[in-house]
Design a protein around this ligand. Structure first.
Ligand code: 6PG
Length: 243
């Protein structure tokens, strides 16, 4: 992988301001690409306000839904009917009302194992990308959204887990989670997540301050190793920044 550019950390007032800033960056990525657009969403609670924004008012009107494809960076290995399912959360909040069904690329969790699910999703990504190898000149995604967990994980790339070292596969199964919810996961790998024009982290809340502090000291944590081959930014609210 080529050396990634350093992260650009932007502090905003609160979670509402953070969602507005993230939506503005997402819209800018959409506007910069007159062709087919690929956005990789994230799970957890941090992106919920952003998803609500995208589904309402001006944003919903401005998004060229017929050109945008929606993917997910990691999934909990539970059925879509389970409240823990990441893509189901995004679908419920905005995608199901607005996006064409065949533009919503969920990780299939009806497979026999997380690894089989990963293989199927990798195939789907390769078909979409129209190649089996990632070309740095042609990023897979326009935008990849990310969160940071209390242990420094991002997507379902947990500290010290083999998935973090996976440099060939695009998607891999994670039999056991390192933090709650303790369900198996399926995650895009570092090289697949890196193949984007922009990677955007959203980090909000006082409870995130300790891990942000740790990230500034420990380069080996997954959230420090996930970087775009082009541009990486982190939106942080004042509480998380410790201000
Ligand atoms: C998941 C995630 C995970 C998440 C972080 C932050 O499936 O849990 O994709 O990587 O982004 O744990 O989660 P919060 O936004 O809930 O703090």
């Amino acid at each position: 992988m080529p050396t990634p550019a350093p992260i650009n950390r932007i502090v905003v007032a609160d979670p509402a301001a953070l969602a507005i800033a993230a939506a503005a960056r997402l819209m800018a990525r959409i506007e910069a690409n007159p062709d087919r657009i690929a956005i990789c969403l994230t799970g957890g609670s941090s992106p919920k306000q952003l998803y609500h924004l995208l589904g309402t008012g001006l944003y919903a009107k401005k998004i060229p839904w017929d050109r945008v494809h929606w993917f997910i960076g990691d999934e909990r290995f539970v059925p879509p009917s389970d409240p823990l399912n990441n893509m189901a959360m995004a679908r419920r909040i905005f995608l199901d009302h607005l996006a064409p069904k065949d533009h919503i690329h969920a990780i299939p969790t009806d497979a026999a194992s997380p690894d089989e699910s990963a293989q199927r999703y990798e195939r789907e990504l390769k078909i979409f990308y129209r190649a089996d190898d990632l070309d740095p000149k042609r990023p897979l995604f326009d935008l990849v959204l990310m969160g940071v967990g209390p242990d420094g994980h991002t997507a379902s790339l947990f500290p010290g887990y083999p998935a973090l070292a996976e440099m060939t596969r695009w998607v891999t199964g994670v039999p056991q989670a390192h933090v709650e919810p303790f369900v198996p996961r399926v995650t895009l790998t570092l090289p697949a997540l890196a193949s984007c024009r922009e990677m955007l982290f959203e980090v909000a809340g006082r409870e995130k301050h300790a891990i942000l502090d740790k990230l500034s000291k420990d380069e080996s944590l997954p959230a420090n190793r996930a970087r775009s081959i082009r541009e990486t930014a982190m939106l942080v609210d004042r509480a998380a920044a410790g201000e």
